[in-house]
Design a protein around this ligand. Structure first.
Ligand SMILES: N[C@@H](CCC(=O)N[C@@H](CS)C(=O)NCC(=O)O)C(=O)O
Length: 233
C-alpha cells in the first residue's frame, strides 16, 4: 500500500496536490499526518519536533509531501506526481496528447517554481475567510497583481482551447496542481472573470477536492491567522 506523508490539510498546499491527484484518480493510499507545530503567535508552517522525526525517518529533505512505495521514498510534490504518472500509466494523470502533455508540464513547473508573491501574501488557509487581506495584498503588492493576472490568462486560454470543464478537458495533474490556488481565490476573495469563477467552482466540486475540504473542517488543528491578544486585566 502506498503511503503519503502530509501536513495539516488547512495549510499544506504542497501536500494537497498529490493527495487530491490520487484521491480523484482512485489510487489507494494510506495517509500519514505530520502536523505543523502551533507554538508560534502567527501560525508557522514548521513541523513540531515529533513531525520532524516522523518525516525525517523517511525523507532526508525533511519536508512533506513524501510518497513511500515499499522501500522507495519519493519526496517533493513534483517528483511524486511524476512517479505516480509512471507507476499508473492507465490513469492518464497527464494528458495523453504529447503537445498537451508538454503544455501541462509547463504550467505545473510554472506553479512549482513561481507565484512567490501570491504564495507569500495569500498563504493557503482553507477554513478562513480573509477578503480584507486579499484586497490589501492586491493594493499593496504589484507581484500579487501580476501573479493573479497570469493565473487568469493561463486558465482562460486553456479553458477556451479545450472547452473545459477542466484545464485540459478531462481532470489531470494540472488541475490538482492548481487546486491550492483555487482555495486561495476563495479565502481571499480575489476578483476574477466569470469563466475563472466557474472553473474554480468545478474544481471545488471534484470529489477529490471536496474530500480534502471536508477533512479540513474535521481536522480541528486550525488556529486563527491572528490570535486574539491576551488581555492583561
Ligand atoms: N518543493 C517542495 C516544498 C515542500 C514544503 O515546503 N513542504 C512544507 C509543507 S507545505 C513542509 O514540509 N514544511 C515543514 C517545515 O518546514 O518544517 C514540494 O513541492 O513538495
Amino acid at each position: 500500500m502506498l503511503k503519503l506523508y502530509i501536513a495539516n490539510k488547512n495549510y499544506s498546499s504542497w501536500s494537497m496536490r498529490p493527495w487530491v491527484l490520487m484521491t480523484q484518480a482512485g489510487i489507494g493510499f494510506e495517509e500519514i499526518m505530520a502536523p505543523f507545530g502551533t507554538e508560534a503567535e502567527d501560525f508557522s508552517h514548521e513541523f513540531s519536533a515529533e513531525s520532524r522525526r516522523v518525516v525525517g525517518a523517511v525523507s532526508p529533505a525533511g519536508l512533506v509531501p513524501v510518497l513511500v512505495d515499499g522501500k522507495l521514498a519519493v519526496w517533493d510534490s513534483l517528483a511524486i506526481v511524476e512517479y505516480l504518472a509512471e507507476r499508473f500509466p492507465g490513469h492518464a494523470l497527464w494528458p495523453r496528447d504529447a503537445a498537451q502533455r508538454a503544455r501541462a508540464r509547463s504550467i505545473v513547473a510554472e506553479m512549482h517554481a513561481g507565484f512567490a508573491a501570491l504564495r507569500r501574501r495569500c498563504p493557503m488557509n482553507i477554513a478562513a475567510h480573509l477578503p480584507e487581506r486579499g484586497r490589501t495584498a492586491l493594493r499593496e503588492d504589484a507581484g500579487v497583481r501580476a501573479d493573479l493576472a497570469r493565473i487568469v490568462a493561463m486558465w482562460s486560454d486553456l479553458l477556451a482551447a479545450h472547452g473545459g470543464p477542466m484545464l485540459f478537458g478531462a481532470f489531470s495533474m494540472a488541475d490538482a496542481y492548481y487546486a491550492p490556488v483555487v482555495m486561495r481565490l476563495r479565502t481571499y476573495e480575489l476578483p476574477t472573470p466569470p469563466a475563472i469563477v466557474g472553473y474554480a467552482a468545478r474544481v471545488q466540486a471534484l470529489p477529490g477536492v471536496k474530500a480534502w475540504i471536508d477533512a479540513v473542517l474535521a481536522e480541528r488543528t486550525f488556529v486563527p491567522v491572528i490570535k486574539p491578544r491576551r488581555t492583561s486585566r
